[in-house]
Design a protein around this ligand. Sequence first.
Ligand code: PMP
Length: 416
Amino acid sequence: MNQPQRFAPAKVDFDLTAIRADFPILREPVRGGRLVYLDNAATTQKPETVLHALDGYYRHQNANVHRAVHDLAERATTAYESARDRIAAFLKATREEIVFTRGTTEAINLVAYSFLQPRLQPGDEILLTGMEHHSNIVPWQLVAARSGARVVPAPITDRGELDVDAWRALLSARTKLVAVVHVSNTLGTINPIAELIREAHARGIPVLVDGAQAIAHVPVDVKALDVDFYACSAHKAYGPTGFGALYAKRAHLEAMQPWHGGGDMIRTVAFEGSTWNDVPYKFEAGTPDMSGAIGFAAALDYIDSIGLDAIAAHEHRLLEEGTQRLSTIEGLRIVGTAPGKGAILSFVMDCAHPQDIGTILDQDGVAVRTGHHCTMPLMQRFGIPATVRASLAVYNGSDDLEQLERSLAKVRRLFA
Ligand code: PMP
């Protein structure tokens, strides 16, 4: 069954051994053997440089930011605000346009409540796609329900692509926002966001892109895209959990009212009324996650030290290899076959439920995700309750895919 010679060797300038050595957790034994970590769309592992940045922050810099004159507070503020510069540079934004959040979910909620809700009238529509993560559905439903507006999903093809013609036909004078995932966490589909943004803007409709699965895999240039809002999470890009960012055009941020109130987001407070800080601080109430910002910046440094192009090429090669390997397993069907998709392999098998497959794989140290992947409408579209999802990252290699194939062959033997 295993024919590794079928596959081209990794590019010589991509040193997988060295990259793996950067991730201490990959040396952690699981189930008495080697960890085969294929759950990267859920969260990625963290390189030594990120761990060092997090540890170093608490050892050498920790103090509350923006508020005190003492040395440590200055160090913390400088490190925290430098992280904003770093994240802005990565997305090709300016620092005033980067709002720190707890992640993609909070970034989308911020736009839903602060930008969209005040603009919604009964009968208005928010145009989504059928492949959105719950984080890019539920916030819109919540604000729609308060305003008598409604959420409209554009259909998905059998290959797991957005039906762009159908999407276009759903744009109308009622559409107040388009929200679309950049890279689908379930299918790997990469949406043509530049085209979608152009089309929406031609009708005066602002666009939010959910970039949770994109920033560690494809280059993002928010200025070239002319996107209104771009949301991302650090933990999907080798950074810490519970931290992320919202890019928003400055004019939008200036026009938006604050969402959360508290310290740091104010200029003056009086019982008669308060005034707001400059953007982006107007949207950052309370003591922020300083270490999160610093860890995120270190993660982006790590990505750039390898190069997104090299990462994407490596992952693409693995995706092709993985697709071929899975196609040798009888009764296995890949869900999501869009051309040029990202390195995500979702599949079902006719002999076993995804939950059982995941349990058998885990016995061999293979970590995959099973379930609906927070995309229940997409599962409904494909008429399945769940899939098994193997999602790849920079430290995966042919040996991981070989083990996946071996363990799936075992599933077949056990259940067929
Ligand atoms: N959108 C997509 C496409 C995702 O994959 C995820 C995380 N699974 C999210 C949004 C939410 O990200 P977070 O939980 O970090 O807020």
